[in-house]
Design a protein around this ligand. Structure first.
Ligand code: SF4
Ligand code: SF4
Length: 178
């Protein structure tokens, strides 16, 4: 990961810690939910857990510095699976916008909003590392078939090599994650 990405992350995280006391007001406005302010102390505690999870997952550095790795992994791994809404990829279930429906399935309070579109979490998982990071139980990375051409005389013969694929029972499908 680039040193510059780490500097950006440290700077932004520091600013987020400094602005912690006023953050509940911001959350209330963004989510249209005054409970963030009403339950001020609880929100502050939750925000502190979220900030720690962001640092642990290096969310900001990955957001700005992982394009090259994502491009490389997209050549060798394809993502398959379907979200089962455990909420783990929402910063290890610490995100202040994480909510649950009646069945206990994770859902996002700001899904579809302007802020949501600026975040990378809505695209999870983009690459194999993302799956590993949160130990997602529902998506998996499958090795991509490598196809090369071998010339024999005047003919080109396609040769397919395949890495050892992990055993899995999950069928392919698009994420239904809100
Ligand atoms: S993408 Fe994976 S880790 Fe995230 S909520 Fe869905 S099942 Fe859980
Ligand atoms: S999807 Fe929503 S709840 Fe999950 S990490 Fe992103 S903003 Fe937070």
């Amino acid at each position: 990961m680039h040193a510059l990405s780490r500097v950006v992350e440290k700077t932004l995280l520091s600013m987020m810690w400094i602005s912690l006391p006023v953050a509940p007001v911001f959350l209330s406005i963004v989510a249209g939910d005054r409970s963030y302010v009403r339950n001020y102390r609880q929100t502050i505690r939750q925000l502190a857990r979220q900030r720690q999870a962001m640092a642990k997952a290096e969310v900001i550095a990955r957001r700005f510095g992982d394009e090259k790795r994502a491009a490389e992994q997209s050549m060798t791994w394809k993502i398959e699976g379907e979200c089962t809404h455990c909420g783990e990829c929402c910063l290890y279930q610490t995100c202040v916008f994480l909510d649950r429906d009646d069945q206990g399935r994770s859902k996002c309070r700001i899904y579809g909003s302007w802020l949501f579109r600026q975040l990378s979490c809505g695209s999870y998982p983009l690459m194999k590392d993302d799956i590993d990071l949160y130990a997602c139980p529902s998506f998996r990375a499958e090795p991509v078939r490598q196809v090369s051409q071998v010339r024999i005389g005047r003919h080109s013969i396609p040769v397919v090599t395949r890495n050892t694929a992990p055993e899995s029972t999950v069928e392919g499908g698009a994420s239904t994650r809100p």
